[in-house]
Design a protein around this ligand. Structure first.
Ligand code: A3P
Length: 343
């Protein structure tokens, strides 16, 4: 009898213990997410909004995580849009490139900020003549719904290297903020090649080896006609942009550091965009399986980037890598000189 009672007591204690531990874990997680619900009034001051400070952050977060999704899927009625004072705003900042620099990671990570709303798709408005011909209203209609206090950001990496783009963006908004994310140029060129190679393989097509494309077989010099090489000469492209925008309107993100240590890079962008610091270590966690940082919005919602980001690169002849690094060196120096950022 005594033994039975003891067993019953032990079982009860076990249940109570599990409940206590469960509640504690829930509270710890909640504190983490509550941190994300702090008032974000400085945004309103800086971005010129008139909404009540207590009301905005919660609604903005709610909107970003729930309603926004519905709006994107086209499930929201005009009435709901009106009710929530939602607007489609032209971007106040654009990630103009560089292709394979980490543009998607940067956009998704910035979207963790409650005052930022991302345009999910690459819109290719300024680099595509047909799209550009459709006019600025067409472009605005491609933007996601947002509160007037939020800022919209889009990314189309082709903008950085396309001749006509700086003038076109200037005509839309001469004081727009421009983000450029770069990686070590040789790595970027190989990443660029890997993406094209994968596309060919998907179509069962063969493709040249990287070495064959990057080095001119006649001169044994770096082949500057190869697009992946040309794109990595960052300073050449930037110089074209500087004919329209002062350097203060650009911010360079170190794409290699964004991979290994994203938070400090994101904090620099928050500063550049005049946003209060809201992205924290809580929002970024390293996923060992992916080998990359992934995003945590709250206790329920987190995500890693798609598998097409973070591909395994093919092996490249070390002598070709050395040749390319030597080739890019003076251009990098010039880029550092102009931007004031050594990478
Ligand atoms: P690789 O696939 O060569 O590794 P973009 O979005 O401009 O196409 O850039 C893709 C690159 O973003 C990837 O190149 C990857 O290295 C980099 N990247 C940076 N942060 C990442 C992250 N958190 N998850 C996945 N890829 C990331």
């Amino acid at each position: 009898m005594l033994f039975k009672q003891q067993a019953w007591l032990r079982q009860k204690l076990l249940v109570l213990g599990s409940l206590a531990v469960g509640s504690l874990l829930y509270l710890v997680a909640r504190v983490g997410s509550l941190d994300r619900l702090q008032p974000i009034c400085p945004i309103e001051g800086r971005l010129g909004g008139a909404r009540s400070q207590a009301e905005f952050p919660l609604r903005a977060l709610q909107f970003k995580r729930g309603l926004l999704h519905e709006f994107r899927k086209g499930n929201a009625s005009k009435e709901q849009v009106r009710l929530h004072d939602l607007v489609q705003q032209l971007p106040k900042a654009i990630i103009i490139g560089v292709r394979k620099g980490g543009t998607r990671a940067l956009l998704e990570m910035l979207n963790l900020h409650p005052a930022v709303v991302k345009a999910s798709q690459e819109i290719h408005f300024f680099d595509n003549d047909e799209n550009y011909g459709k006019g600025i209203e067409w472009y605005r209609k491609k933007m996601p719904f947002s509160y007037p206090q939020q800022i919209t950001i889009e990314k189309s990496p082709a903008y950085f290297i396309t001749e006509e783009v700086p003038e076109r963006i200037y005509k839309m908004n001469s004081s727009i903020k421009l983000l450029i994310i770069v990686r070590e140029p040789t790595t970027r060129a190989i990443s660029d090649y890997t993406q094209v190679l994968e596309g060919k393989e998907r179509k069962n097509k063969t493709y040249y080896k990287f070495e064959k494309l990057a080095i001119d077989p006649n001169t044994c010099e770096v082949n500057t006609k190869y697009k992946a090489v040309r794109t990595s000469i960052y300073t050449k492209h930037l110089e074209r942009w500087l004919k329209y925008f002062p350097i203060e309107q650009f911010h360079v993100v170190d794409g290699d550091r964004l991979i290994t240590e994203p938070l400090p890079e994101l904090q620099l962008v928050e500063k550049f965009l005049n946003l209060p610091p809201r992205i924290s270590q809580y929002n970024l966690y390293f996923n060992a399986t992916r080998g990359f940082y992934c995003l945590r919005f709250n206790i329920i919602f987190n995500k890693c980037l798609a598998g097409s980001k973070g591909r395994i690169h093919p092996e490249v002849d070390p002598s070709v890598i050395t040749k390319l690094r030597k080739f890019f060196h003076p251009f990098n120096q010039k880029f550092y000189q102009i931007t004031g950022r050594t990478l």
